[in-house]
Design a protein around this ligand. Sequence first.
Ligand code: CO
Length: 178
Amino acid sequence: MPILPIFTYPNPILRKKAVAVIEFDAELAELVADMAETMYEAPGVGLAAPQVGISKQILVYDPAPSEEKGNYTALINPKIVEMAGEEFGEEGCLSVRELCAEVKRAYRIVVEARDLEGNELRFEAEEWPARVLQHEIDHLNGILFIDHLSSLKRALYKKKLKKILDAEKSDDGREIAR
Ligand code: CO
């Protein structure tokens, strides 16, 4: 199973609203397995399909990765149907280089989704798993965690990223494929 390339901000694929999956087939299962492998390799606790350049409503997550690396959940066409409370917590993103920041999220959520076979799921999550899910489901709607920061923090980050990208360009004189 291949490790997939991760697309990073400001790649426009990250801003597209992902389309719903209608076929629950072997191809979907294969993509999910590759996404999980890519997530563990990165390493990360969640990965949404747009982050690997596929604009479909698919995510994998494992809020508490262990040595076994098999304990992830795949959600297809997930939606948050209830939200309650609020909590600040630190977030980073495999698609947002060199930034960690405090983000306000709902404390408790209810999610509806489908599994790999197309069966309907409905479950509750709280605290950290709820945070991971809100972050990943945002990706499926073209939203990044930097969108939840103040405009000042976002502007500072854009400046910092520009410096990083400029330095990389002058390092090897070609565009990095991101
Ligand atoms: Co992310």
